[in-house]
Structure formats: C-alpha cells, structure tokens
Design a protein around this ligand. Sequence first.
Ligand SMILES: Cc1cc2nc3c(=O)[nH]c(=O)nc-3n(C[C@H](O)[C@H](O)[C@H](O)COP(=O)(O)O)c2cc1C
Length: 364
Amino acid sequence: MSSAQRKDDHVRLATEQQRAHSGRNQFDDVSFVHHALAGIDRPDVRLATTFAGITWRLPLYINAMTGGSTKTGAINRDLAIAARETGAAIASGSMHAYFRDPSCADTFRVLRTENPDGFVMANVNATASVDNARRAVDLIEANALQIHLNTAQETPMPEGDRSFGSWPAQIANITAAVDVPVIVKEVGNGLSRQTLLALPDLGVRVADVSGRGGTDFARIENSRRALGDYAFLHGWGQSTPACLLDAQDVGFPLLASGGIRNPLDVARALALGAGAVGSSGVFLRTLIDGGVSALIAQISTWLDQLAALQTMLGARTPADLTRCDVLIHGPLRSFCTDRGIDIRRFAQRSSSADIRSEMTGITR
Ligand SMILES: Cc1cc2nc3c(=O)[nH]c(=O)nc-3n(C[C@H](O)[C@H](O)[C@H](O)COP(=O)(O)O)c2cc1C
C-alpha cells in the first residue's frame, strides 16, 4: 500500500474514532480547586507563551496529521487557513511520502503558502536520513522539526517497521544537523519520564508528550489488519495528564497533546506544566464535518473560553496556571502513587503567603 493511501485510511479511521469516542479520558481525573476570590480582570489576561526561546501568541496548536495525497493536501490547505486566521502554530503530518514521491510536495508546501507568517513545524520519523530531515524543513520553511516516536503504531501496522534500535542515534544525528529546534513527540501513547530524561543526551530540548486519551493509533492500525489480531494493544500507553505528572522537573520544556477535548483540558494541561497544548483528532473531525469555517470558529471559541478560565482562576498568563491548586483523582491518582509522584504538591500550590495576598490584593 502507498503511503498516500495509508494516510487517507488514517484520516477516515481517525474521524470515525472521534465520532465513536466515549467522551471520557484521564483529564476527567484532574480538577482545579475553586477559589471564589481568585478572579482577575479579563483585560489583564494574556495567552502568549514562551518555551525554549520560542514565543507563540497562543498556547494552542494544530498538531501533526496530514499531507502526501490529493485529499490530505486539501486538508492541509484548510488546516493552514485555520492556523493563519487564528494565529495557532501548526505541524505537518509525516513528510516521508514526499521523500518517496517528490511529486506530492505541494500537499505539504501548502502549509507555508497559505500561512506565510505562521509558526510551521515539519514532521519526520526517527529513521529519516539527515538529508531528508533537512529537505522536510526546507520544503515548508519550517520554524521547527518534529520527530515522531510511534512504536505502538508501527507494531500492529501491517506494513510497519519492526526494528526500533537505531532511533536514538538517528535522533541525535538529525538534531545535530538541522538548524531549527527539534521537538520529539509521541503519536498518542505518551512519553514516560525515562524516555524524556534520555532526550537531552540526544540534543533534544523540547518534547510533546502526546499521550493516550484521544486518537488511538494501535486501534487504527489494528482495524487495517485482515485479522484484527492486535486488539490487545488498544489503549496502550500513558494518558497525557499522567505523562505531564510523571515529567515534573525533567529540566526542559514540554508540550502536551493527546486527548484534548475542550478548553478546560487545555487549561488542565497548562496547569500540569505544558508550555502549549496541541490537538489533532478533534480538530480533524470538526474540519471534516463542518469545513474550515467551523474549525476557525472552534479554535476561536476555545481561545476565548481559555481566557475566561484564566480570568476565573487568576492566571494572567498560561504559565500562571502552574500556580493554581489542582486535585488528582481516580486511576490517575493510582498512577501517581505507583510512580512516586507527590500529588499534594499540586493540591497546595497556592497556599504560600504570596499568592494569598495576590488573591485579596492585600499584603500583610
Ligand atoms: C489522521 C491523523 C494523522 C496523524 N499523522 C501523524 C503524523 O504523520 N505524524 C505525527 O507525528 N503524528 C501524527 N498524528 C498524531 C497526532 O499528531 C497526535 O500526536 C495524536 O493524534 C494525539 O492527539 P489527539 O488525541 O488530539 O488526536 C496523526 C493524527 C491523526 C488524527
């Protein structure tokens, strides 16, 4: 099967998966402590975020999905228009289809032509040659390069890779050779603390944990198998909030994606330490069902409601959300217990005198 046909399959199956999603995921195990006097004035709220020397106007981005076929070139055009109209950063889908068949270049280039001033990320896997990684960045004049890790997708994929041992060395080679920041990301199964701690030695200084809770590629690939005999891999990995909790103090900035359903999930991920938050499956479904105007409206509403949440929670900036008190419940709490993560740290963050006086405006 060609990579173009596979990409069309992924779009169809991911959209079906979104429609069938139960609605619940581990973000439901994260809640903010409500402080009724913490509110601030809406005009004082800012959405800009800075991580690893990169500043984005918004803490929300359209994460890697498509390109490589006629159909997904049209999707990339719409995603790029939505990114341009809202100011959100955007990532390309894997650009290996372009390495195999340069005639599909325009299906990726459209991300830049429609969005000349935006922050655009190229995307390759960890087997890409250094030359190809550079070609990917050049084709779309990318501001950063994502390298995706996807063992739980390749394993059930009928035509997938079966050997992963070369990945760390190749990530280091690519990182040393490209002159844009490299972001290592998962594709919906999560990055563990141990994985994250290995990245600085490979030259990587930003990672997107992209955890479980939304698009499930093990399930998508299993449904492309004649026998569907990898059903036991459905739901593999750690949820996005679990990854963020696991990653506390890793010493470099993190982005979060995987299972973001609404503006509250964006605020939860920011409160757990993400520098910005990405969505793929939900945005794709909106685009397929309602067209580009529906996607622009959805992103605009999310941003407006994120600002409203920050106002209520007293967070002038997205980073201020990391000072809000957060409670961890249910299976996510058990995960923290087993991994030795101190959740009281999150529940009692605003108890310092500083934050108390900020809330009342009264210094003692
Ligand atoms: C249709 C589709 C195609 C995707 N293709 C890629 C890809 O080519 N490269 C990549 O790094 N991630 C890819 N992803 C994974 C997303 O970037 C993201 O990590 C994952 O879907 C989890 O986010 P979500 O739950 O918001 O969908 C794809 C996701 C979807 C829905």
